[in-house]
Design a protein around this ligand. Structure first.
Ligand code: G
Ligand code: G
Ligand code: NA
Ligand code: MN
Length: 254
């Protein structure tokens, strides 16, 4: 209850912050993207993790304004990195199911691209299986509109939700993110490896890029590289860090 009322003021009080986790291209060894992840720094309660506050924000409908702010902040940071002289990277922003259902989503994306001046191809939106499966026909139309704007679309936590594979063919997705639970089980579980291999083959067959998340060991990295996975993110490379640290990390890893 206390968290609820505190969250209502978090945005206006400047308590929200975006952190960024770099993504490595496994073939070129270059940093090619970052995932933007929201952080709430409450003055008394300290750092509150998104698993605690995102569901509350969803419930209270606050996720719409918070999500719009996240999009604006991520695009602004991306543009600042470009002006700093860094090579272009794709910035991925998580969209909650509530945002995905919002009538203003398309207008919000257009507005943030226009006001920031960021190239649409340098923005990617991460959505979950649940968000698109709630209303697949409506989702397909929305996704096509976003795709036609030149913005990338990733399906997040793939393999954990509804296991309907047919929608991968119907939705104009550019990226599949293998859920970190599969990566975690990779070394001791042949079934996890079979699933990973299957997701990579399937995604490439449908002309989608594959990103593995939650890479914590070099063994996991090497497995994914040798099995054709395109990109990786995880603590092994870099944890999510504030914008200036992300910029410095990218500058050190050209
Ligand atoms: O670091 P991590 O604890 O950041 O994130 C935990 C969960 O919170 C993830 O499922 C992630 O997708 C979600 N999350 C993090 N940042 C955002 C955000 O900006 N918007 C939404 N909708 N979800 C986010
Ligand atoms: O659900 P989503 O994929 O958006 O969430 C990303 C979450 O994964 C964030 O909470 C982020 O902090 C976390 N994360 C990123 N890299 C790693 C990792 O290597 N190991 C673990 N356990 N979590 C990670
Ligand atoms: Na995500
Ligand atoms: Mn994920």
């Amino acid at each position: 209850l206390m968290l609820e009322s505190a969250l209502r003021h978090a945005l206006e009080r400047g308590e929200l912050e975006m952190h960024y986790q770099p993504k490595l291209n496994l073939q070129t060894q270059r940093i090619v993207g970052v995932e933007a992840l929201m952080r709430w720094h409450h003055p008394a309660l300290g750092m509150i993790p998104p698993v605690q506050f995102i569901p509350i924000a969803e419930e209270l409908g606050l996720i719409l304004s918070m999500g719009k702010w996240a999009l604006e902040q991520a695009c602004a940071d991306a543009l600042a990195w470009q002006k700093f002289g860094l090579p272009e990277v794709v910035t991925s922003v998580n969209l909650s199911p509530r945002q995905f259902e919002s009538r203003t989503l398309i207008a919000d994306i257009k507005a943030v691209l226009e006001s920031s001046g960021l190239e649409p191809s340098l923005l990617e939106l991460e959505i979950t299986e649940g968000a698109v499966m709630a209303n697949p026909e409506h989702a397909a139309e929305l996704l096509r509109t976003i795709r036609d704007m030149g913005v990338g679309l990733a399906i997040d936590d793939f393999g954990t939700g509804y296991s309907s594979l047919s929608y991968l063919k119907h939705f104009p997705l550019s990226t599949v993110k293998i859920d970190r639970s599969f990566i975690n089980d990779l070394s001791q579980d042949a079934d996890a490896r079979a699933l990973i291999d299957g997701i990579i083959t399937l995604s490439h067959g449908l002309r989608m890029k594959v990103v593995a998340e939650g890479i914590e060991t070099v063994a996991q990295l090497e497995y994914l590289r040798s099995h054709g996975c395109d990109e990786a993110q995880g603590y092994w490379l870099c944890k999510p860090v504030p914008a200036d640290e992300a910029r410095d990390f990218m500058a050190r890893h050209l």
